[in-house]
Design a protein around this ligand. Structure first.
Ligand code: FAD
Ligand code: DHB
Length: 388
């Protein structure tokens, strides 16, 4: 089989890229190891920044988001005894939207048609340094296949083969692991807050997020290696109540039936270059951020927002300028978001060190008491326009 762009991975970056290319008349095929139902059902991100919403709108994918998503003006930052609202609209003119990755994925799946091929195995990249790269794989029926293309794009997340296809002598990686994980729950209960609460607490960080007026999403900082079996629902709700300040100033956390529970380890990872020969990397294939600050999905969308016009110029107009700059342009935003996610994570997650705790509280007070401090957080959280 032959196509113009072979895309590996049908997560948000792969499917969105295929859609943006199709709108400009560029053909692609997306290869995915998992089933369509599995990819669409994965509970992951929940917050879209303004530029992500703008890009989805421009791509004709904003209808359901506008009807069923929830715009939020900002977030609450709190520590014991104090809760402060940061109003991003007031501070920066930009806002964020609550709209789950599951919904983005459904919207993308609907427009993907038969461009996406699911349940493939043995995906391997070949000749990325030549003019005729290709991908080999085994299809769902067990038949070996070859997909020839002008370029290959690795959108295959943190465990796919694309990032390792860049020769070791060329690639550079930066990595940081954190000494804590998140225990996340999804619950069929109305959120106990109108906007997200990021809570610093001596017992560990907690986050109250949501998916809709009837579904809440909450997270607790837990030690690495935590087994979900150690956290029956009652224990999760009791710990959330303590860390989120149930009872303070009349605020209460309403528990409800838990429908999903999982532990998420946290790390930062960046690989450069994001382009080598005929291979381009986008999304989690090139970079991972810890979830605090909700940047992962937004960064994947921003990469694709740069890459789609670059590939259209390369393949339609034979103009390589944007494709040549893609890696450098994308990495500027990647490092900005890597810093922001690291900063949010280290400001809010507690350790055994009492000195560090005092520094965190000093940092939090400075963010909420200075317009400059609050604006810096708001600009990063609500996100810069793509291309800046
Ligand atoms: P992915 O969504 O990982 O998609 C990659 C795809 O490639 C997968 O479908 C995978 O099956 C496929 N693949 C892998 N190997 C192969 C292969 N060999 N051949 C073919 N296909 C392959 N981000 C936020 O912004 N906010 C959040 O709140 C947030 N919460 C998260 C919670 C969890 C539990 C996780 C895991 C991530 C979270 N993220 C969050 C990060 C966010 O989900 C990712 O950044 C986003 O999914 C990246 O999209 P992607 O398309 O680049 O990669
Ligand atoms: C969610 C996840 C985050 O990492 C975050 O900072 C905010 C919200 C969520 O899953 O809703």
């Amino acid at each position: 089989m032959r196509t113009e762009v072979a895309i590996i991975g049908a997560g948000p970056s792969g499917l969105l890229l295929a859609h943006l290319l199709a709108r400009r008349g560029v053909e692609s095929v997306v290869l995915e190891t998992r089933s369509q139902a599995y990819v669409s059902g994965r509970i992951r991100a929940g917050i879209l920044e303004q530029s992500t919403v703008d890009l989805l709108d421009e791509a004709g994918l904003g209808t359901r988001l506008r009807a069923e998503g929830y715009p939020h003006r900002g977030v609450y930052l709190q520590w014991p005894g104090e809760r402060h609202h940061l109003d991003f609209v007031d501070l920066t003119g930009r806002s964020v939207w609550v709209y789950g990755q599951t919904e983005v994925q459904k919207d993308l799946t609907e427009v993907a048609g038969d461009r996406a091929v699911y349940e493939v195995s043995d995906t391997a990249l070949h000749d990325i340094e030549g003019d005729q790269p290709y991908v080999t794989y085994t299809d769902a029926g067990g038949t070996g296949r070859r997909l020839d293309a002008d370029v290959i794009v690795g959108c295959d997340g943190s465990f796919g083969p694309s990032r390792d296809a860049v020769p070791a002598a060329v690639r550079r990686t930066w990595e940081k692991s954190y000494p804590y994980s998140w225990l996340g729950i999804l619950a069929d209960v109305a959120p106990s807050t109108d906007e997200l609460i990021y809570a610093w607490h001596p017992r560990g960080f907690a986050l109250h997020s949501m998916r809709s007026p009837t579904v809440s999403r909450l997270y607790l900082q837990v030690p690495n290696g935590t087994d979900v079996a150690q956290w029956p629902d009652d224990r999760v709700w009791a710990e959330l109540a303590t860390r989120l300040g149930d009872g303070a100033d009349g605020w209460t956390l309403t528990p409800g039936p838990v429908t999903e529970k999982s532990v998420l380890p946290m790390r930062s990872f960046v690989q450069a270059p994001m382009r080598h020969g005929r291979l381009f990397l986008a999304g989690d294939a090139a970079h991972i951020v810890p979830p605090t600050g909700a940047k992962g999905l937004n960064l994947a969308v921003a990469d694709v927002g740069l890459l789609a016009p670059a590939l259209v110029a390369l393949l339609r107009d034979k103009d390589p300028a944007l494709a040549d700059r893609y890696g450098e342009d994308a990495l500027r935003r990647v490092w900005r978001c890597t810093h922001f996610s690291w900063w949010m994570t280290t400001m809010l997650h507690t350790s055994e060190d009492p000195f560090e705790a005092q520094l965190q509280l000093a940092q939090l007070r400075s963010v909420v008491s200075s317009r400059a401090g609050a604006t810096a957080l708001a600009e990063n959280y609500a996100g810069l326009p793509i291309g800046r």
